[in-house]
Ligand binder design. Structure first.
Ligand SMILES: N[C@@H](CCC(=O)N[C@@H](CS)C(=O)NCC(=O)O)C(=O)O
Length: 239
């Protein structure tokens, strides 16, 4: 067996692949990677010591052809943080178009990712995990919608880029969780957010965009609806 150059450490799920922007990027690039699943609830000690000191996935080891994933060679590069991984995958596979060639379009991709990271994630987590008002999340979604080109399929034109990979898992989870009222907010608070974002005329553009990204094989392969529902039922159980 030959050991590939990239070992991708990702969250262990019951079956299928985890919802993860880097996973989507690897699939879009048709990259040959070795996946190593980490149980985030019960992380092995070697993971922080040898791969990511912060102890989080996703992370990867690069340039260590003969490494055992549990003991990667000290000379290999250890890379973490989703957004950094996205850029790294795009750099490794320039022909994938995950980052356009044109500098202006590259800047647009990065601007979009920055907006997703700084504007969408904090209020998404605040609503989902802390039950804070969803208003800031809906406002952030409106800002993201404004960034979408009027007719093109994806965030920056008609080619799928890392901008789409960055947002896809979060839109997918929003749709699924809020439709099913999964979250640490009061009972019944999820479906109105789902209706607003995924049904209302106000968010028609975002809905069309979500249809485009969620129909990609890369999304479908990594978005295991049945598993996510089963896990959310325990994770977000109301007592
Ligand atoms: N900022 C990090 C966040 C990664 C993250 O939250 N990872 C979770 C799993 S999706 C994790 O490893 N949790 C285990 C822990 O924090 O101990 C990124 O974007 O990559």
């Amino acid at each position: 067996m030959t050991t590939p150059d990239i070992i991708f450490y990702t969250a262990k799920v019951r079956h299928g692949l985890p919802v993860c922007s880097a996973e989507i990027a690897f699939q879009e690039a048709k990259a040959d990677v070795t996946r190593y699943w980490i149980d985030v609830a019960n992380k092995p000690e070697w993971f922080a010591a040898r791969v990511n000191p912060v102890g989080q996935v996703p992370a990867l080891v690069y340039g260590s052809p003969k490494s055992d994933p549990e003991n990667p060679s000290p000379g290999s590069a250890k890379i973490a943080e989703s957004v950094v991984l996205l850029e790294f995958v795009a750099d490794l596979y320039p022909d994938s178009g995950l980052l356009p060639k044109d500098p202006v379009e590259r800047a647009r991709v990065r601007f979009f990712i920055d907006a997703v990271s700084t504007k969408v994630f904090p209020p998404f987590f605040a609503f989902l995990y802390r039950g804070e008002s969803p208003d800031a999340f809906i406002a952030a979604a409106a800002e993201i919608q404004e960034l979408l080109p009027p007719t093109a399929q994806f965030a920056v034109g008609d080619h799928f880029t890392i901008a789409d990979a960055a947002l896809a898992p979060f839109l997918g989870r929003s749709e699924l969780y809020f439709r099913n009222d999964f979250g640490r907010y009061g009972e019944g608070a999820g479906p109105p957010v789902y209706e607003e974002l995924f049904r209302s005329e106000r968010f028609e553009r975002l809905q069309k965009y979500f249809a485009n990204i969620s129909s990609r094989e890369s999304f479908k392969n990594s978005f295991d609806t049945e598993y996510l529902i089963a896990r959310a039922k325990t994770r977000f159980a109301r007592h």
